[in-house]
Design a protein around this ligand. Structure first.
Ligand SMILES: NC(=O)c1ccc[n+]([C@@H]2O[C@H](COP(=O)([O-])OP(=O)(O)OC[C@H]3O[C@@H](n4cnc5c(N)ncnc54)[C@H](OP(=O)(O)O)[C@@H]3O)[C@@H](O)[C@H]2O)c1
Length: 262
C-alpha cells in the first residue's frame, strides 16, 4: 500500500529515542521529510546522523517541550527548512510516577505544562500551516492510562485525559480543512525508558532485566511487551493519505492489554 507520504513534511516531538524516534523513522521511511527534536543535543545529533545514513531527509532541532519558546522555534525551523508542515506528532517524556499525596500544586502545574500545554502549544503553532496546505495530520502520543488508570501514575492518569478532550474537540472543528486529529495509546513498549525501569527493578529483585521485561508482557493477551517499530508503523498509517477517514479516535497499541469492550 502506498501511504501517500512522499514529500510530506512532518514534525515528531521528543524523538531522539523510543516511541518518538520509531514514529519519525516510520514516517521518513515512507518518503516524508522529518524534523526530530529532544533536549539532549548530542543524542539528538546521533539519531539524526543514523536516520540520514538510512536515507531519511531529516532535520534535528534541540528543544524542550516544557519551554514555549523552544516549541515555537522547532515549528518555525521546520517550516523554514522544508517549506511547510503537514504532519505533527505530539510527544514528550511522561510525568513522574507517584500517588495523590506525593504531589503539591507546583508538581501538578509542572505536569500540566509538560503533558497538556506542550500539546496545546505544538498544535497552535502547527495548525495554521496545515490549514494553509488544506491537508494535515495531528497525532498525539498519550498512554493506555487514559482508558485504564495505571496504579502509581496519578499525574498521567489525570492529565493525559485532558489531551484526549482537546483532540476530540479539535477533530470536530478542523476536519473540513482536510486535517485529522487522533491519539495513539502505547501499552508497555520496549523503549529505553522501559529498559531502565527493568534494570532498576532487576537490581532490587535478583532477576535479570529480560525476566522483568517478560513479566511486564505476562498480563498482555499477545503475551509480550510491544516493540517501538510496531508503534511507529501505527503512527505512520494514521499520518497517511489512506487514513483520511479516521478522525477523533484514541487507538491503543497495547497487544489487547486494556480490559474494556470499547
Ligand atoms: N514506552 C512505554 O511503554 C510507554 C507506555 C505508555 C506511555 N508512554 C509515554 O510515551 C512517551 C514516550 O515514551 P518513551 O518510552 O518513548 O520514552 P524514552 O524512550 O525515554 O524516549 C523519550 C524521548 O523524549 C525526549 N524527551 C523527554 N522529555 C522531553 C522534553 N521535555 N522535551 C523534549 N524531548 C523530551 C527524550 O530525549 P531527551 O531526554 O534528550 O529530551 C527522548 O528522545 C512518554 O510520555 C511516556 O510516558 C510510554
Amino acid at each position: 500500500m502506498d501511504l501517500g507520504l512522499k514529500n510530506k513534511i512532518a514534525l515528531v516531538a521528543a524523538s531522539s529515542k523510543g516511541l518518538g524516534r520509531a514514529s519519525a523513522e516510520a514516517i521518513a521511511a515512507e518518503g516524508a521529510r522529518v524534523t526530530i527534536c529532544a533536549r539532549n543535543a548530542d543524542a539528538l545529533e546521533k539519531t539524526r546522523a543514523e536516520m540520514a545514513a538510512a536515507g531519511a531527509d531529516v532535520l534535528a532541532v534541540p528543544a524542550d517541550m516544557t519551554n514555549p519558546a523552544d516549541i515555537a522555534n522547532v515549528v518555525a525551523r521546520t517550516v523554514e527548512h522544508f517549506g511547510g508542515l503537514h504532519i505533527l506528532v505530539t510527544n514528550a517524556g511522561g510525568p513522574p510516577p507517584g500517588y495523590f499525596p506525593d504531589f503539591d500544586d507546583a508538581a501538578w502545574e509542572s505536569a500540566v505544562n509538560l503533558t497538556l500545554m506542550s500539546t496545546v502549544r505544538l498544535i497552535r503553532a502547527a495548525l495554521p500551516h496545515m490549514q494553509q496546505a488544506g491537508w494535515g495530520r495531528i497525532i498525539n502520543v498519550t498512554s493506555i492510562s487514559v482508558k485504564q488508570p495505571v496504579d502509581n501514575l496519578v499525574l498521567s492518569n489525570a492529565i493525559r485525559a485532558a489531551v484526549h478532550g482537546l483532540a476530540k474537540t479539535l477533530a470536530n472543528q478542523v476536519a473540513r480543512d482536510g486535517i485529522t486529529v487522533n491519539n495513539v495509546l502505547p501499552g508497555y513498549t520496549h523503549t529505553d525508558r522501559i529498559q531502565q525501569l527493568a534494570e532498576a527493578r532487576a537490581a532490587d529483585s535478583g532477576k535479570t532485566p529480560a525476566d522483568i521485561i517478560a513479566g511486564l508482557g505476562q498480563p498482555v493477551p499477545v503475551g509480550r511487551v510491544g516493540q517501538p517499530h510496531e508503534f511507529g508503523a501505527t503512527v505512520a498509517f494514521l499520518a497517511s493519505e489512506q487514513a483520511a477517514y479516521i478522525n477523533g479516535v484514541s487507538l491503543p497499541v497495547d497487544g489487547g492489554y486494556i480490559n474494556a469492550a470499547f
